[in-house]
Ligand binder design. Structure first.
Ligand code: ASP
Length: 597
């Protein structure tokens, strides 16, 4: 190699050694005749000194070096003079006294500082991603991602799993998003679909007798790029034969617990992982992916305010809705302007408004709460006893603030979920170094889609119903519970999975319930149904999102920070400028023409 040591590897024990290094000029400083360079490679940074007394020509070259030039230096490792050591740097006790330097390449001035951890416009970072990735934080994220994937592979290998690649050009498999299509040149008018997940293929691998499959699999979903989504994301796709729920959940709990302890040992975990039933999660947190690092549990107040004269409550309950709320501890003294933000947030989610009830400015017992301490637009409709009862239900004390929403159950849950997260971030309740993984179970198998007037799968159509609920498929489909489970961590859905249907008759029955015609069933799922006729073993699996888990472990706020070359929020690759137009020739070959809309 062009070097015999890594910059970041030099320590006191190297003092006196002659070394050759190669890397990038991180910083250059001229000090009274000496030139100092921080030389950076992928292992770290070391100080390199150019002394005209040691080598005049090296010193002269050094004077012309600029940030990001690529150089090779040879010199002797020395101790830094007393008082100039840098304890922030692993190499901070030493420096290299250079005797010769070669410029391997020059660099234009980069569009942003690479040597400083400062905020840079994300679009600029994405355009010059190869420079962005030189920065320490991004390098740490890439390395962390590598460690996570390597850990997963080793862990599963040790437990008898084999990694099998499945094709990227397949036939559409439904996961609830739009497909990306690839036009076929040799079959005019026909298209491959990019997999939204390898779902059917991994089930076919079970029919093939693989028994323990996994894959670090790329999944493609053409979704509106709201929220933190990417057109392509990476999953740990996994499937096992002869298992029930506990086998998959146990494996996942062990995998992720060991993973965190191994790659981010500073993170705190809650063990064993809590488990929540879907209904319970919705009642207590308003969401099926609650952040359990903090409480702020929702309380149903409907029965307490059932006879209330307060119009908002009365109307909500009369319309079959609910009144729910939670307590924000110590926020009883919130001013009007401090309440503005939560109010706006509630409205942005679709609520008509948010009702707040202040339980006084000072902390104290609920018994000591007097009517004059209660502040709320509903105060004159609510007696102090009623307020106390609501407070008690929400676990509040004097000095706290009740945040209450009334109306349709779904909307109320959505509003309170948002507010719960907002208040936890205001109050600093969610410790960034704690990970609370949990399992959510007992999902309904189906949900009614009012827009299309038909049943939709809560997970996907291959999910098995609970055996004891199968008779309800004909009489009360909404009551059928499924064998689907989710992994949630710190308010993020990390994985979905299920025990699958392996009986072709039951699978066909579910497709029909989902309003697929027999032709559609044959056309879209024929091969799977046929395969199930040849001794399909009972099987189940799961697919945790790799981007999300790495994002959590790296303390990043978006998955873009842990993907080497992500698309931006508009699904554009700013570096390669994709998507881009195809030439007339290409379109003609693919039998395509572009319609002007
Ligand atoms: N294929 C599912 C998904 O991508 C996961 C699974 O059921 O294994 O969400």
């Amino acid at each position: 190699m062009l070097r015999d040591h890594a910059c970041g590897a030099l320590r006191k024990e190297h003092v006196g050694k002659r070394v050759t290094l190669a890397g990038w000029v991180d910083r250059r400083r001229d000090h009274g005749g000496l030139v100092f360079i921080d030389l950076r490679d992928c292992e770290g940074v070391v100080q390199v000194v150019f002394n005209p007394g040691v080598s005049g020509s090296a010193h002269e070259t050094a004077s012309g070096l600029r940030s990001e030039y690529v150089i090779q230096v040879t010199g002797e490792v020395g101790l830094r003079p007393a008082g100039t050591e840098n304890s922030q740097l692993p190499t901070g006790d030493v420096e290299v006294i250079t005797s010769s330097v070669t410029v391997l390449n020059t660099s234009e001035t980069p569009p942003f500082y690479i040597n400083r951890e400062i905020d840079v416009d994300e679009n600029l970072r994405l355009k010059y991603r190869y420079l962005d990735l030189r920065r320490g934080r991004m390098r740490r994220n890439l390395i962390l991602r590598h460690r996570v994937v390597k850990f997963i592979r080793d862990f599963l290998d040790a437990r008898g799993f084999i990694e099998v690649e499945t094709p990227v050009m397949i036939k559409s498999t439904p996961e609830g998003a739009r497909d990306y299509l690839v036009p076929s040149r040799v079959h005019p008018g026909k298209f491959y679909a990019l997999p939204q997940s390898p779902q059917q293929l991994k089930q076919l691998l079970m029919v093939a007798g693989v028994e323990r499959y996994f894959q670090i699999a790329r999944c493609f979903r053409d979704e509106d790029t709201r929220a933190d989504r990417q057109p392509e994301h990476t999953q740990l796709d996994l499937e096992m034969s002869f298992v029930d729920e506990e086998d998959i959940l146990g494996l996942m709990e062990e995998l992720f617990t060991c993973l965190v302890k191994s790659v981010t040992p500073h993170k705190r975990l809650v063990e064993p992982w809590p488990r929540l039933a879907y209904e319970d999660a919705m009642d207590r947190y308003g969401t099926d992916k609650p952040d359990l690092r903090f409480g702020l549990e929702l309380a149903n107040l409907s029965d307490i305010v059932a006879g209330s004269e307060f119009g908002v409550f009365r109307e909500a309950i009369a319309a079959g809705g609910v009144v729910k709320g939670f307590s924000a501890p110590g926020c009883g003294g919130y001013s009007r302007s401090q309440l503005e933000e939560p109010n706006k947030l509630a409205q942005s989610v679709g609520a008509r408004g948010l009702l707040t009830v202040s339980l006084g400015d000072e902390p104290g017992s609920l018994e000591s709460l007097t009517p004059d301490m209660v502040r709320s637009v509903a105060a004159r409709f609510l007696g102090v006893d009623q307020v106390r009862e609501m407070a008690q239900r929400a676990g509040a004390s004097r000095g706290d603030l009740l945040l209450i929403a009334a109306g349709d159950k779904k909307l109320v849950n959505r509003v309170l979920d948002e507010l719960r997260r907002e208040m936890s971030s205001r109050l600093g309740l969610a410790d960034p170094d704690t990970l609370v993984f949990l399992f959510v179970r007992d999902f309904p198998l189906l949900r009614w889609d009012a827009d299309s007037g038909r049943w939709d799968s809560e997970h996907h159509p291959f999910t098995a119903p609970r055996t004891e609920d199968i008779p309800l498929l004909d009489t009360a489909p909404e009551k059928v519970r499924s064998r689907h489970y989710d992994i949630v961590c710190n308010g993020l859905e990390l994985a979905s999975g299920s025990i699958r249907i392996h009986d072709p008759a039951l699978q066909r029955r579910i497709f029909r319930l989902l309003a697929y015609s027999d032709e559609e069933i044959q056309e879209r799922f024929g091969p799977l149904l046929e395969a199930f006729r040849y001794g399909a073993p009972p099987h189940g699996g799961i697919a945790p999102g790799i981007d999300r888990i790495v994002m959590l472990l790296a303390d990043e706020a978006t998955i873009r920070e842990v993907i080497a070359f992500p698309k931006n929020q508009n699904a554009v690759d700013l570096m390669l400028d994709a998507p881009s137009a195809a030439s007339e020739d290409q379109l003609a070959e693919l039998h395509l023409s572009i319609r002007d809309e």
